[in-house]
Each structure stands twice: as C-alpha cells, then as structure tokens.
Design a binder for this molecule. Structure first.
Ligand SMILES: C[S@@+](CC[C@H](N)C(=O)[O-])C[C@H]1O[C@@H](n2cnc3c(N)ncnc32)[C@H](O)[C@@H]1O
Length: 267
C-alpha cells in the first residue's frame, strides 16, 4: 500500500501546477511548538532570543510561537522578525485583528485548533472579531521580503531560530532547494532551523549536503503534528508521506528541525 501511495504521490507531484496559498492556523503543529519551547529553554539564561519567521502569512504562526515562549519564559527577551512576500498579508498580520467567521484573505478555519482558554488568553473580543493582546504584539518587526533573495541574510543578520514552514512545497523543487539553502544562511552557529512543508527529497538532500544535525526529540510527533498535510497524502502534491522507521534514512528524512553548525548525527 505504501509503495503504491508513494508511486501515486510521485505522479501527482509531476502533474500538479504548484501555487502559493495564505492558508495557516493558530497552533498548527503542537509538537513543533513544544519542541521549540524545550530548545528555547536551553537559551533562556541568555540575554535574548532572536527568531525569524519566514512566510508568516496572517501572523497566526508568529503569535502562536510568542504565546508559547512568553508564557514559558516570562523573563526572556524575545525579538521576532516576521517576513512574508505579500504586503497585503503582512498588514493583516501586523494589525492582529481577525474576523471569527471569515478570516481575511485566508481560506482556512484559523481558530480550529485553539482551546477556549487559549482564545481568552490570546485575544480581546471586538464584536464578531478578535484582536491579539498587546503582550503578544510586543517585540515583533514585520517585513515584506522574499525568502529567495540572496541579500536577505546580509540585510537581516543571523538568528537563534529560523522558522520556514509550509511554503517551499509550493515552489518547483529546484527553486525550493535554492531557497532552502538561502534560508539556512540566516541561522547563526548552533542555531535551529524549523522547516516543514517542503518536499522530503529536497529537504533531505540539502540537510545531508550541508551537514545539518536533525533534532531527534519529538521527531515522529512533529512529522505527524500537522494532520491536514498528512491526510492529503498521496492525493495532493503537498501531502506528507506517513512516518516509518523502515527507511534507512528515517532519522533525517522525517526530521523537520535541524541544528546548524553543530556536529551532524550519523544514521
Ligand atoms: C501556506 S502559507 C504558510 C503560513 C505559515 N508559515 C504556516 O505554516 O502556517 C505560505 C505563505 O508563504 C508566503 N510566501 C510564499 N513565497 C514566499 C517567499 N518567496 N518569501 C516569503 N514568503 C513567501 C505566502 O505569501 C504565504 O503567506
């Protein structure tokens, strides 16, 4: 069944026209947020944590990250650069005010994964809209920029954590590979790259070529953490293949978090 699925998925990928979407959710991948919380803990004694969130869409991912880290480490100074190629969506993200019924520009039920308690601690209600609370809007700089821009690392500098989720698979594989190599230049020595939503062959190739160390904690949970993309395999080009330890390279193929500039883990 698995081989048949893989064959179908390869055909779907070959025949599909890829295009970008704004689709996103608050708390989209909980194991990924949990892993970020743990990794940030080892840096919590440092003066500050610098994070870049690429392809931030309407800000749901940025605010989910800040909610998680600020509640866990109230004394840690966190500075976030949030970047998207679309000016329109960056304006919505910066405003942080969303319709409860039909979120602006994003064709997705963005609040679907939030509990009532999270809704209350994250937003203030304004009629049929909700607004991000002020403590979550502090420390974010919003930018309109292209992750493919070779000058990006020179302009933005280096980060402790770079998050680049769910946009590389909307690019043709050769472009995604080039873009991923460019994104990696933003990660400071020993920093972490969170990268999901990219063809697994592309990510594995770049990770092996570049000697990235796949983070093994919560590897399977993080891979499976976004139910939507998992369920879309093999029928959609962005569908994510099921996790298996049967593949000899599973510990790198299914990793979506890597430490850069540290000794690579051998399989
Ligand atoms: C599907 S959304 C992903 C949102 C979020 N990262 C997530 O995982 O939920 C893809 C976003 O990538 C942005 N994007 C596409 N190409 C980009 C590029 N080259 N540089 C920066 N952002 C890009 C789109 O504008 C869109 O907002």
């Amino acid at each position: 069944m698995r081989s048949y699925g893989a064959f179908l998925h390869m055909l779907v990928q070959l025949r599909s026209e890829r295009s970008q979407y704004f689709g996103t959710f608050f708390f989209r991948n909980r194991p990924e947020l949990e892993l970020l919380r743990t990794l940030a803990g080892s840096r919590a004694k440092a003066a500050a944590l610098r994070i870049a969130v690429l392809a931030c869409s309407n800000g749901a991912e940025v605010y989910s990250i800040l909610w998680t880290l600020r509640r866990a480490y109230p004394d840690l100074e966190i500075a976030v650069d949030a970047i998207d190629i679309s000016k329109e969506i960056v304006e919505i993200a910066k405003e942080g005010c969303y319709s409860l019924e039909t979120p602006e520009l994003v064709d997705a039920p963005i609040f679907k994964y939030l509990t009532d308690e999270e809704m209350l601690t994250m937003f203030d209600r304004e009629g049929d809209r909700v607004r991000i609370k002020a403590w979550l809007q502090e420390g974010i700089d919003w930018h309109v920029a292209d992750a493919r821009d070779p000058e990006l690392a020179n302009a933005m500098g280096r980060y402790d954590v770079v998050v680049a989720n769910k946009f590389l698979f909307h690019m043709p594989p050769a472009d995604a590979e080039k873009c991923l190599r460019n994104i990696a230049r933003l990660v400071g020595p020993g920093g972490h790259l969170f990268v999901s939503g990219v063809d697994l062959g592309v990510r594995t190739k770049v990770a092996l070529d570049s000697g990235w160390s796949p983070v093994q904690d919560l590897l399977e949970e993080t891979h499976n953490g976004d139910a939507l993309v998992r369920h879309d395999w093999p029928w959609r080009y962005w569908g994510l293949e099921p996790f298996t330890r049967q593949k000899s390279d599973w510990n790198i193929r299914y990793a979506s978090v890597f430490q850069l500039g540290a000794a690579p883990v051998r399989s």
